[in-house]
Design a protein around this ligand. Structure first.
Ligand code: NAP
Length: 248
């Protein structure tokens, strides 16, 4: 029997990158996976097909988690499908690169909207069923910049620092209900999020990382998978940073 058989996992932002890799690994571990996406329906369907090939069923659902009612709409779609996730991977996220003084209200609304509001509200909507079941695994995808802070990514760092504080606080509130809440805070990962970096910037980045390279999405997803397992039940409130030795 696979460790997640009989469980449902929702992975937000599972159309690409870390979320897609996590969805496939959770399916491999036996979970029925809800593959959430925002704009990339084709890619989300490809992720779902890959989940299906690994033996578990999958459902594709769309929502803009940065919009005021996006999380509620996603919850309604889950209800219509008769699904109440045992595992929630809050992975969807957006970044912005630029000087602090150039950050606009629009940037604020977009980045805070997805990275904080979407994560906060969706978790709020899914926790009651976990409490009733006295079981749950919540895994928030944060960033090293939420720990260390990054120049020219002040807004992004702020949101990921918020995710880390949210993780620690909620873990304390939900531990008595058998629900763990952890954050995975990756260093640099080979995904679309890194596409704005040019060759020279990528070379400088690799030089600064003791491992000498960026992570593959699967190297982050394997930690997400572990935290989703029943056997990880004593790990909660932790911010774990797979970053190639970059930031201690
Ligand atoms: P990515 O390849 O850019 O994928 C981002 C995902 O988020 C996509 O599935 C996208 O959906 C979804 N998304 C974007 N805007 C959304 C919105 N308004 N509502 C709902 N979903 C939305 O990113 P990634 O690199 O895999 O990043 C995943 C997570 O890891 C993020 O939280 C990111 O901050 C974190 N992280 C990444 C790195 C890195 O180096 N890549 C490092 C540290 C932390 P669509 O494709 O359907 O539009």
């Amino acid at each position: 029997m696979k460790p997640l058989e009989g469980m449902t996992a929702l992975v937000t932002g599972a159309s690409r990158g870390i979320g897609a890799a996590a969805a496939v690994m959770l399916a491999e571990a036996g979970a029925y996976v809800v593959v959430h996406y925002h704009t990339a329906r084709d890619k989300a369907e490809a992720t779902a097909r890959e989940c299906g090939r690994r033996g578990a069923g999958a459902l594709v659902l769309q929502a803009d988690l940065g919009s005021p009612d996006g999380p509620d709409r996603l919850k309604r779609a889950l209800d219509e499908a008769g699904l109440a996730p045992d595992i929630l991977v809050n992975n969807a996220g957006v970044s912005r690169y630029g000087l602090f003084t150039d950050v606009t209200e629009k940037d604020w609304n977009e980045v805070v909207g997805v990275n904080l509001w979407g994560l906060f509200r969706l978790t709020q909507l899914l926790v009651p069923a976990m409490v009733r079941r006295r079981y749950g695994r919540i895994i928030n995808v944060s960033s090293v910049w939420g720990i260390a802070g990054a120049s020219c990514e002040v807004l992004y760092s702020l949101t990921k620092g918020g995710v880390n504080a949210f993780t620690k606080a909620l873990a304390k509130e939900l531990a008595p209900s058998g629900i763990t809440v952890n954050a995975v805070a990756p260093g640099a990962v080979e995904t679309d999020m890194m596409r704005d970096f040019d060759e020279a910037e990528l070379a400088a980045l690799k030089e600064a990382i003791p491992a000498g390279r960026l992570a593959r999405p699967e190297e982050i997803a394997s930690l997400i998978r572990y935290l989703a397992l029943p056997e990880a039940g004593y790990i909660t409130g932790q911010i774990i940073s797979p970053n190639g030795g970059w930031i201690a």
